[in-house]
Design a protein around this ligand. Structure first.
Ligand SMILES: Nc1ncnc2c1ncn2[C@@H]1O[C@H](COP(=O)(O)OP(=O)(O)OP(=O)(O)O)[C@@H](O)[C@H]1O
Ligand SMILES: [Mg+2]
Length: 390
């Protein structure tokens, strides 16, 4: 295990509670609460992907540092919220628990400098590990950390002040143990962006053990699966794509590819990933993502319904709900069938008023008829009648 994986392992179960976005992309101020399987629904351009972007940005900051993470998104200026009036200063706050309920948070606020540049206005956080509360704060280049024992006696305090370079986040610099924990937690999130073409091509054997979210090292990841995991992978894939009997990995000269053994009626036939359909490869990517080890703590999947047979969507949701107790899942979806397969309390409706995105649970006036079985959430989605402002 890498040191990051050890840190996550030692923390015990991590559970994401909420993400608050302030002046971030289409959001002025909104909080997304997470459940085990959270489904974001709402019209095109309402802000579903923007919320996923916020999670991805936090991960990228922890992995690559703030300047790189921002430039990969098109720069600081692009992520400030714009509606009426001047652009505002963006901020993100994430709350999670570790070890069965200890509350933790991390918050980042940026502010504008001349010439579309930015500085870190403030970063703050706190993690509760055992009886130790590790708090930290960074404002305009000055970092300080404090460790407080939550036991009545003795109360220890440890203060230290460190200078942080301009424009950097402490998440990648990790000046204290508390920050290292938060950084590891954020790095353990994964945003899945399966690209069937990348998953299908003959791949270079990958030295990294982490699954690339576009599927570009999927063959090497599956090669590291043990017999049991490969059998489980084939079984789950067969539930969605009938006839899949076995999954193998084949080396061809210096390349590697996944081989699907499919029952075609009379005999088993082998197909290289290149010959498989886009939909199959997308489902396969989702399954590898949930079976990979170490597991991500939270997996975010945009529109899992793309290229998947309508009749198979319910099965896919059942897999996401049933097979993966240890990973939280967040999806965005336009599929009425998926919406009908998800718990009512797990739906988050995203909508826009005056250029500002809002997030809420399904409105009270819609819940009654749904609970009484008069209408399904999917039917309300089709009728565009889930928007709580209606
Ligand atoms: N900096 C910004 N300030 C304000 N609004 C923004 C900003 N950046 C993007 N937006 C708005 O966010 C919209 C895109 O939102 P997003 O990609 O989250 O939509 P979505 O709900 O995922 O839609 P779809 O279902 O089509 O994928 C843009 O159309 C734009 O209106
Ligand atoms: Mg989107």
């Amino acid at each position: 295990m890498t040191s990051r994986e050890t840190l996550i392992h030692d923390l015990g179960p991590v559970r994401f509670k909420s993400l608050t976005m302030s002046n971030f992309l289409s959001y002025r101020s909104a909080t997304l609460d997470f459940s085990d399987l959270t489904a974001l629904i709402g019209p095109n351009g309402s802000g579903k992907s923007n919320a996923i972007s916020a999670m991805k940005l936090l991960r990228d900051i922890a992995l690559h540092g703030l300047p790189v993470a921002l430039s990969r998104r098109g720069g600081y200026d692009q992520l400030r919220h714009r509606s009426t009036g001047r652009p505002y200063e963006p901020g993100l706050r994430i709350e999670f628990t570790v070890a069965g309920g200890h509350p933790c948070f991390y918050e980042l606020r940026l502010s504008s400098l001349k010439g579309k540049r930015y500085e870190v206005k403030e970063e703050r956080g706190s993690v509760l590990v055992g009886s130790r509360e590790l708090k930290f704060q960074h404002a305009k280049g000055v970092f300080s950390a404090e460790e407080v024992s939550t036991l009545p006696e003795p109360i220890e305090r440890m203060d230290r002040t460190i200078h942080i370079p301009q424009g950097q986040s402490i998440l990648s610099l990790q000046p204290s143990f508390g920050v290292s924990i938060v950084s590891a937690v954020l790095q353990s999130m994964q945003v899945l962006e399966i690209n069937p073409t990348r998953a299908a091509e003959l791949q270079d054997p990958s030295p990294v053990s982490e699954f690339e979210p576009d599927g570009s090292n999927i063959a090497s990841i599956v090669e590291n699966f043990d017999q049991h995991e490969r059998a489980q992978l084939a079984q789950l894939l067969a539930a969605v794509v009938p006839g899949i009997a076995r999954i193998e990995v084949r080396h061809l000269a210096d390349k590697v590819t996944v081989v699907f053994v499919q029952n075609t009626g009379k005999a088993n036939r082998e197909f290289f990933a290149k010959q498989m359909s886009d939909g199959t490869l997308r489902v396969f990517g989702i399954l590898v993502a949930i079976l990979q080890s170490p597991r991500p703590t939270i997996l975010l999947i945009e529109e899992p319904e793309v290229a998947i047979h309508l009749g198979a969507l319910q099965t896919l949701v059942e897999i996401l709900r049933g097979e993966v107790d240890d990973i939280q899942i967040v999806i965005t979806t336009h599929s009425a069938d998926i919406v009908d397969s998800v718990d009512l309390d797990d739906l988050r409706v995203v909508w826009v008023t005056d250029g500002v995105s809002q997030i809420s649970k399904v409105a009270e006036h819609a819940r009654g008829p749904i609970i009484d079985g008069l209408i399904t959430p999917g039917a309300l989605l089709r009728a565009d009648a889930l928007d709580p402002s209606l």
